[in-house]
Design a protein around this ligand. Structure first.
Ligand code: FAD
Length: 150
């Protein structure tokens, strides 16, 4: 069984889109290094106010990773939406994938009924997982398109 934890938190790093993108890239690169060591996979959604993240892996590793993340001052008020055991990983290929909310991915948010800001206190974990899966697919298609064009 794979342990899956979904939480949200509020961003504390000020700045415009460029600063936020740099922050997101820093977080993802450290995450990818640590998570590949720990067998953790998942996806990080960032809508510029809120982070919503899915962590999957061995229970002890997921718990340890979340404890480390929760101490990070780049965000605050971390709150767990759901923890559960799932039969298989939903994000097997991503030691941590991520998508910042940019105009490019707005259509994906709209398809999931998120026209305005996220209200993470009202989100169900399945809504988060489904949005993350489509953001992941969007990103994979975009990369594939880039490969074909080059
Ligand atoms: P360190 O060597 O301690 O730090 C690596 C780099 O990150 C350094 O360059 C440092 O400048 C920078 N950094 C670390 N902490 C801070 C901070 N508090 N403020 C500003 N810069 C900092 N980590 C994971 O391992 N897996 C995850 O999935 C994951 N997801 C995250 C999601 C969010 C929304 C946030 C905010 C953080 C996440 N992190 C994740 C990062 C985590 O909080 C720790 O910073 C990281 O795990 C520390 O790893 P380290 O000890 O190997 O790196």
């Amino acid at each position: 069984m794979i342990h899956q934890l979904v939480y949200y938190s509020r961003n504390t790093v000020p700045g415009g889109d460029r600063a936020m993108l740099t922050n997101m890239r820093d977080i993802l690169s450290v995450s990818q290094r640590n998570n590949s060591r720990d067998g953790v996979t998942g996806f990080l959604i960032f809508d510029k106010t809120w982070f919503v993240q899915i962590l999957e892996g061995e229970r002890a590793k997921v718990t340890e990773t979340y404890a480390r993340i929760a101490r990070d001052t780049r965000h605050t008020a971390t709150a767990i939406i759901n923890v559960r055991d799932v039969p298989a990983r939903l994000f097997p290929n991503w030691t941590m994938g991520g998508a910042m909310r940019t105009p490019e991915v707005q259509e994906v948010y709209l398809q999931h009924g998120f026209g305005g800001p996220l209200e993470p206190g009202r989100l169900k974990s399945d809504q988060v997982v489904n949005l993350a899966l489509d953001l992941q697919a969007f990103e994979a298609n975009r990369r594939q398109g880039q490969k074909l064009a080059s």
